[in-house]
Design a protein around this ligand. Sequence first.
Ligand SMILES: [Zn+2]
Ligand SMILES: [Zn+2]
Ligand SMILES: [Zn+2]
Length: 438
Amino acid sequence: MRESNDPRDEVENVSSGDECDSSSESDSEGGDSINGFDKTDPFASRARILHPALALNHSIDADIDPELFNSFFATEAFKAWSSGTRSWQLHCYGDPGSGKTTLAAVVAQRLAQRGDAVASISIIGHVKSTSLAFVEDLMQSMHNQIGNQSSDEFAAYQTACSEGHPITERIKRLSAAISSSHSTKHLILDGYDLINPALQRVLDTELYLLQHHSLKVLLTRRVPAFCTPTNPACDICDEEELNTWWVCRKCREDGKEFWLCYPCKEKLNSDCRNCKNAVSFEEDYEHVNVKVGGMGQGLENLARERLKGYFGDVEDETLQMVVEYVHSKAAGNITLTLLYLEEIFAWGDLSTFDPVRIDDRLPRDVIAFFDAEMKIIDQLNDTERHTTMLAIAAAATTDDGVPLTELEECVRLAMPAPPDIDSPRSLEDVFQAANGWL
Ligand SMILES: [Zn+2]
Ligand SMILES: [Zn+2]
Ligand SMILES: [Zn+2]
C-alpha cells in the first residue's frame, strides 16, 4: 500500500516540470528597444513552471485491468464520441474512487494506439485561485501534447510571452496555435470539478472555441453537470429516455419535433421520415453524460485473481466467501475493492478469515480514504460546510437516501438567517459542494 491518503492517487501521475520552458527559449529574440525601454518583459525571462494542480495522465495502475472498462467502451456514447465526428463533449462521472482517472488514462492510451493526437491531463489538486494562469498552463500542456511546436501561431505565442503581453492575449494565441492543425485531436481532462466554478466557465468557453477546430473533449467529474432532463424518446422505435439522439432541424423550424435514436438514424439513411428532408439531422446538446462504474463482475474477477495470486491455492468455498465479502463492502468501487484486499492480505491466513472480526473496525486505509475526502469538505467556508455536512448526514440516515424536499428542510436549518452570499441557491450548489458524496 502506498503511503498517500489521496484517493485521486489511483494512478501514478507523472509530474511534468519540464513542460513550460518554451518562454525561456525566445529570450534572445525580443531585445530591440522602444523609446529606450527594452521590449523584453523582465518577468517573462524566468522559466515558468507548470501549474501545481496539473499533471500528465499516462500511466495505468498495474493493479487495474483495462478490460474492466469494456462495458464503457461498448456504450453508444463512447463509440460515437471516439469516432471523432461529433460536436458534443463526453462527460464521464462517478463516485470518488470509481476509477475515473484510470478510465481517462485507458481512453488516452487507446486513442493514441490508434494513431490519434491526444492530450491527456489530470487535475490533481483543488484549483481555488481564479487566476487565468491555470487556463494558460492547461492549454500550454495541451499544445505540448497535440500542437505543432514550429507553427507561426506558436511562435506568436512565444513572442507574446517574452514581451509580456496580457494573459488574455497569450491565451488567444495559444488557442490559435492549438487550432492551427486541422486534423482531429482529443483532450482527455480528468478531474474537471476540482476547478473552481469561475475558471470552469472560462475553460468551457476556450474549449468550446477549440471544438470548432476539430477538438474532441472527454471530461471526468464526480458530479454530472446539472441540466433539466429533456432526454426525448425515439419517434420511430419509441425507445425512451435516450442518452444520445438526433433531431430534425427542418421539422423544428416548422414547429414540430422529430427525434431519432442512433440505430434508427442508421436505418433511415439520413432522410427525415416526417418532412422527407435529407441531411437535416443534428445533435442539439453540448455534452453527453456516462456513468463510470457498473463493473461489479469485473471487480469480482479482479478480487478473485489477486487473492489467488497472493494466497496460492485456496479452497473455492473460502475464496467465494472472501470475494463476496469484499464485493459487499466495496459496492463496485475500484479504490475500496483494492483497499479491502490489502486489509485481507494483512490478515495473513485465509483459513481463519472471519468477516465479523474484520468488520469490527473499518480497515485503516479505508478510514484514511474517507478522511482525506472529508478534509476537502472541511476547507469550505462555514455556510457551505454546514449545509454540506447536514445534507450528507440527512441522506445517510437511510440506505436509499431521502426525498429532495426533506433534504431541503435539513439544509434550510443550517442556513444563516438572513441567507448570506454562500448559501446554496439551487440543488446544484449543494451537490457541487458535497463533491460526490451525495
Ligand atoms: Zn446536460
Ligand atoms: Zn429508434
Ligand atoms: Zn424533418
